[in-house]
Design a protein around this ligand. Structure first.
Ligand code: DAH
Length: 340
């Protein structure tokens, strides 16, 4: 084999190579395990003994030169590719923006509602999702035989003997008991949080959902105070053109009690499928705090009066945005979440 002829051939092939992939190919062809130079050194044992050393030296030199030439040409080609705006990285380009995400729609609605009340002087308090049976029921004047105390309506937890029965709170009202026991009136408190009920999941039910409880306790708090506060709230969330009505209802922890409806925001009260042709949408429960609740926390019912209300955040968010399935909030589908 004429090593000089091979050397000249290698040199000219590298010089005329026009692309990086072509150079990669040449590298394999020249320096690879079965490449030309490996083939050259493979012939050494068959040479006359006197020629072997000199041939070996030349082959070694050729190997080094080839590697150097390939490297230089690769550097030159990638530099010119960059200069021409092809491939490689253009460090003058702006970076790829990282999306920072946003609050979940239920968090947004909950924060909006709480801020309406904090502007009226309410303070935000949170309570634990694991509650005592006393705070969730007894303290709120829900007697033992009340159906919502039944294990079917509440997730009970395995209780440690000798302690109170524990459960996953089925509403945010127990925070009334916690706050009234630990503070003295005047109180104006708003309580956002998760609640749990063993309901079968469907378009309007979830075993976990969100509520906001609110209550005010002081001397001479009247039903008209409740009406005024709730009207400010409902108009701030649904627009100042809505109408409101208070419908008599029963809750064990308030007397009198009322459910509050707003005129349907879809049909403006004419009747449609969202309001079930009634023209009204129920948005919350409310009433004057029952004297028995005050007795349970050691307040004198002759001295203090108060009002309370509770609403479902998921329901309000569904009405506000025209969402027809509560499960959408819990599926973590970005196509849904990115719309808020
Ligand atoms: N706790 C009730 C529920 O989960 C909602 C409620 C109704 C809260 C009337 C109140 C109230 O404070 O006065 O269904």
């Amino acid at each position: 084999m004429d090593i000089d002829a091979i050397s000249a051939e290698i040199k000219s092939r590298i010089e005329t190579a026009a692309s990086l992939p072509e150079l990669e190919e040449l590298k394999v062809r020249f320096l690879g395990r079965k490449g030309i130079i490996a083939e050259l050194t493979g012939t050494i044992p068959s040479l006359p003994a006197a020629e072997r050393a000199a041939f070996g030296q030349k082959a070694n030199l050729l190997k080094k030169d080839t590697a150097r030439m390939l490297e230089e040409k690769m550097a030159a080609l990638s530099a010119s590719a960059f200069a021409n705006g092809h491939q490689a990285v253009d460090i003058s380009m702006p970076g790829v923006a990282q999306s920072i995400g946003r609050a979940h729609p239920l968090t947004q609605v909950s924060e909006e509602i709480c801020s309406i009340f904090t502007r009226m002087g309410f303070s935000v308090v949170e309570g634990p999702e694991i509650e005592t049976e006393f705070n969730n029921f007894t303290g709120l004047n829900i007697p033992l035989n009340h159906p919502s105390r039944d294990a079917f309506d509440t997730f009970y937890l395995r209780s440690i003997p000798e302690t109170q029965n524990l459960l996953l709170r089925s509403h945010t009202s127990p925070v009334q008991i916690r706050v009234m026991k630990s503070r003295k009136p005047p109180l104006a408190v708003i309580v956002p949080g998760r609640v749990y009920r063993p309901d079968a999941v469907d378009a309007s039910h979830s075993f976990m959902f969100h509520q906001i409880e609110g209550f005010v306790v002081d001397k001479e708090i009247k039903f008209s105070d409740l009406k005024g506060v709730l009207e400010i709230f409902a108009k701030a969330v649904f627009g100042k053109d809505i109408k409101m009505r208070f419908r008599p209802h029963f809750f064990p922890f308030t007397e009198p009690s009322a459910e509050v409806d707003i005129s349907c925001i879809i049909c403006k009260g004419r009747g449609c499928s969202v309001c079930g042709r009634k023209g009204w949408l129920e948005i919350l429960g409310s009433g004057m705090i029952h004297p028995n609740v005050f007795r349970q926390v050691g307040y004198g019912p002759e001295k203090y009066t108060g009002f309370a209300f509770g609403m479902g955040v998921d329901r309000i968010a569904m009405l506000k945005y025209g969402i027809d399935d509560i499960r959408l909030f819990y599926e973590n589908d970005l196509r849904f979440l990115n719309q808020f």
